[in-house]
Design a protein. Structure first.
Length: 344
C-alpha cells in the first residue's frame, strides 16, 4: 500500500506549514500529494505552487469540483500541470453537493451521474487530441449551437498544446452505490472519503458491479482505491478523537441539505442513522456545540487511524487487506509523516 498526503482545502487562512509537509512527504517516500477545494481556495493553484518544489511525488486533486470548471477548462489545467510536473498529475474529480453547486456556482445539480460520465468523456477527448472535441450533451454541449445569446459561430477545436500524456489518470470521488459502480466502470481510481474496512464487502460489491459492465475501463487488478484517513499516532486516543469530533459532526450534520447529504447517507449505511438524524437536527437548530457532543467516539474513530505506533500499524494492515491501495492521510506535522513512512 502506498501513502498519499491529503492537504485538503483551506479554512480561513492557507495551511501554514504546507510547503514543509509536502517536502517531508517527498523525502519520506510518500507516493502522492493531494489538494482539495470547497468554496474558498481552489485546488490547482496550491498544488502547482507547492508541487513545484518536488521531483517525484504524484500531484493530485481530491477533488476538483465538476461545477467549478467546464470539462475543457479542467483538461487545460490538467495537461498544463502534467507538463510542468513531468507527468506526475492525477485528476481527481467530484460532483460536490447541491448546496455548493447551486448556491456557489449557480448551476443545476440534477443528474450527477450522467454529468460525471459526460464530463469525464470530454476531458479524455481533449487529452487524447485525436480530433476536434465535440459533445452532444445534454450537459456539456460542444460546440454550443443554440440558446439565448448564442451566435452559432462556435466550431469544434483541438487543443493547441499537445498533452505530455494522452491518458492522465482520472480518479473519482464517490460515496453511494451507483456512483461507486460508475467510478469502477469509467475511471482509473476511486477517491473514498469516510472509508471504513468494516464495510469493505459492501464497497467491493459496488465496485464489482462497475468492473463487470461491458466496456469497463479497468479491472480490480489495475484499479486504484485511495482512501482518506485522519491519522494520529498517540498514547492519548480520547484527546485525538475529541480533536476530530467537530469535523465528523460538521460533515454529517452541517455539510449538506437535510434533503440531500451524501456524507450523512454514508454514515447511515455504517449504522449511525439515529445519530445522523440527531446531529442534523441540532445543527439546523443552531446548537452546534450539542451537535458535536452528540457524535459518539466510535463514529469518529471508525474512519481514523489512531493510537500507538503498533496500533496504527495494525490498523494500516486492516485497510490494506480491505483493498485500499493508497492511504491518503491528513497529517499536519512532519513527525507524523515520518512515523507513518516507517510503518508502511
Amino acid at each position: 500500500m502506498k501513502l498519499g498526503l491529503q492537504l485538503g482545502y483551506w479554512g480561513a487562512d492557507p495551511i501554514e506549514n504546507a510547503a514543509e509537509l509536502v517536502l517531508a512527504a517527498e523525502r519520506e517516500g510518500f507516493d502522492s500529494v493531494f489538494t482539495a477545494e470547497s468554496w474558498g481556495s481552489d485546488c490547482y493553484t496550491p498544488l502547482a505552487w507547492w508541487g513545484s518544489q518536488t521531483a517525484r511525488v504524484r500531484l493530485g486533486t481530491a477533488v476538483a469540483q465538476l461545477s467549478a470548471r467546464p470539462p475543457t477548462s479542467l483538461a487545460m489545467a490538467a495537461l498544463t500541470l502534467d507538463h510542468l510536473s513531468g507527468g506526475r498529475h492525477v485528476i481527481g474529480l467530484g460532483v460536490s453537493g447541491p448546496q455548493v453547486v447551486e448556491g456557489w456556482y449557480g448551476q443545476s445539480f440534477g443528474k450527477p451521474l450522467a454529468r460525471t460520465r459526460e464530463y469525464v468523456q470530454v476531458v479524455r477527448d481533449v487529452l487524447a487530441r485525436e480530433a476536434p472535441v465535440t459533445s452532444d450533451g445534454p450537459h456539456y454541449r460542444l460546440p454550443l449551437a443554440d440558446g439565448t445569446g448564442v451566435t452559432g459561430l462556435g466550431k469544434p477545436l483541438k487543443s493547441i498544446t499537445h498533452p505530455l500524456r494522452a491518458d492522465i489518470p482520472i480518479w473519482l470521488g464517490a460515496e453511494g452505490p451507483r456512483n461507486v459502480a460508475q467510478t469502477a466502470e469509467i475511471a482509473d481510481g476511486w477517491l473514498a472519503v469516510f472509508y471504513t474496512p468494516r464495510l469493505a464487502s459492501m464497497f467491493d460489491a459496488w465496485l464489482d458491479e462497475g468492473f463487470a459492465r461491458p466496456g469497463a475501463r479497468r479491472s480490480r487488478a489495475t484499479f486504484e482505491i485511495a482512501a482518506n484517513a485522519q491519522c494520529v499516532i498517540t498514547d492519548d486516543v480520547p484527546a485525538a478523537i475529541e480533536r476530530y469530533r467537530p469535523s465528523t459532526a460538521l460533515y454529517v450534520g452541517g455539510m449538506g441539505a437535510k434533503e440531500k447529504n451524501f456524507h450523512a447517507d454514508l454514515y447511515r449505511r455504517m449504522g449511525y442513522g439515529e445519530v445522523v438524524d440527531e446531529v442534523g437536527r441540532l445543527f439546523r437548530s443552531g446548537d452546534k456545540a450539542e451537535a458535536v457532543a452528540a457524535v459518539p467516539d466510535e463514529m469518529v474513530r471508525e474512519t481514523m487511524l489512531v493510537g500507538t505506533r503498533d496500533e496504527v500499524r495494525e490498523q494500516i494492515g486492516a485497510w490494506e487487506r480491505a483493498g485500499v491501495t493508497t492511504l491518503m492521510v491528513t497529517a499536519r506535522d512532519v513527525q507524523t509523516i515520518r512515523e507513518l513512512a516507517g510503518l508502511v
